[in-house]
Design a protein around this ligand. Structure first.
Ligand SMILES: O=C(O)C(=O)C[C@H](O)C(=O)CO
Ligand SMILES: [Zn+2]
Length: 279
């Protein structure tokens, strides 16, 4: 098997407030998702999102079904969004070859039976993905940064100047419940998602990249009045339950991918938390 997906159950916010550092890391952090010639990740019971990485090095990697799905193929009742954080590579979708460049996204809908990820011709293929249960079949679509809905937020004065590329959102592509995009921090800015927010309607996962070896991000998790932090390195992902803020400050600027699933598909539906209200 070239696919390994670990199941993780949900946590209650009152239980979460008792967790020590190691327990928080084991339950929410994905430390290593790029393993050569593997698909590696977590099936979280938070809205049943599957979060992971695909890293074909010297052989093609197939999106095989996993035991958790009890389905003949992975996308029988699911959709998947893939964002390339490595070099250009090819993905075969039921026989059609699609070339995906760095920072481009691919949406593949429910019902597609055969997905094969090929190694990059030059460099490394590093594909980050989120997959959610789906009720309808929508067409496969590649989304480039030019197709994205783009918003710039924050300021250098507040160390949070950043550009949000909304790649898989309903103004750009039709999906059942998945939303994904990418936020790039400008040089000198280190804070993402500050002011912070929660959205009980959707869970979220973050994946940090473009972070140099010696740098780290302190990612904040927890209800707004009971926060904790997780020190994260490049190419690590973190699960944010619906009751949790998801915000971070790095020792440098960086880029991250956000992905959501749940009740609605309204990116702007957020309950904002003023910085001074955080505990
Ligand atoms: O920097 C930001 O702000 C974000 O990227 C926010 C995420 O997109 C998010 O949390 C959406 O709910
Ligand atoms: Zn959010």
């Amino acid at each position: 098997m070239s696919i390994s997906i670990q199941t993780r159950y949900s946590s209650h916010p009152e239980d979460f407030s008792m967790y020590a550092t190691q327990e928080i890391r084991e339950k929410f952090l994905l430390e290593e998702i790029f393993i050569p010639n593997q698909i590696t990740g977590v099936y979280t019971m938070e809205d049943r999102l599957i979060v992971g990485g695909i890293h074909p090095v010297d052989q093609p990697v197939h999106l095989e079904t996993i035991d958790q799905l009890k389905a003949p193929y992975f996308l029988e009742r699911r959709e998947i969004g893939i964002i390339n954080v490595g070099d250009q590579c090819t993905i075969e979708v039921d026989g059609e070859s699609i070339s995906l460049g760095r920072k481009e996204a691919l949406y593949i809908g429910k019902g597609i039976q055969k997905v094969i990820f090929h190694p990059a011709a030059e460099g490394k293929a590093l594909l980050y993905f989120n997959s959610a249960p789906a009720h309808s079949s929508y067409p496969t679509r590649k989304i480039t940064q030019e197709d994205a809905e783009v918003v710039t937020l924050g300021s250098l004065e507040n160390s949070n100047h950043r550009t949000i590329y909304k790649l898989l959102v309903n103004s750009v592509v039709k999906t059942c419940q998945l939303q994904m995009g990418m936020t790039e921090l400008k040089p000198g800015s280190v804070w993402n998602t500050m002011p912070a927010h929660v959205h009980d309607r959707r869970m979220e996962a973050y994946f940090y990249f473009d972070l140099k070896e010696e740098n780290v991000v302190s990612h904040y998790i927890g209800a707004p009045d009971e926060t904790r932090h997780i020190w994260m390195k490049n190419h690590q992902a973190v699960i944010s339950p619906v009751w949790s803020i998801h915000s971070g400050a790095g020792t440098s600027n960086y880029t991250f991918i956000w992905g959501m699933a749940g009740e609605n598909m309204d990116y702007g539906d957020m309950d904002m938390v003023k910085p001074a209200e955080l505990r």
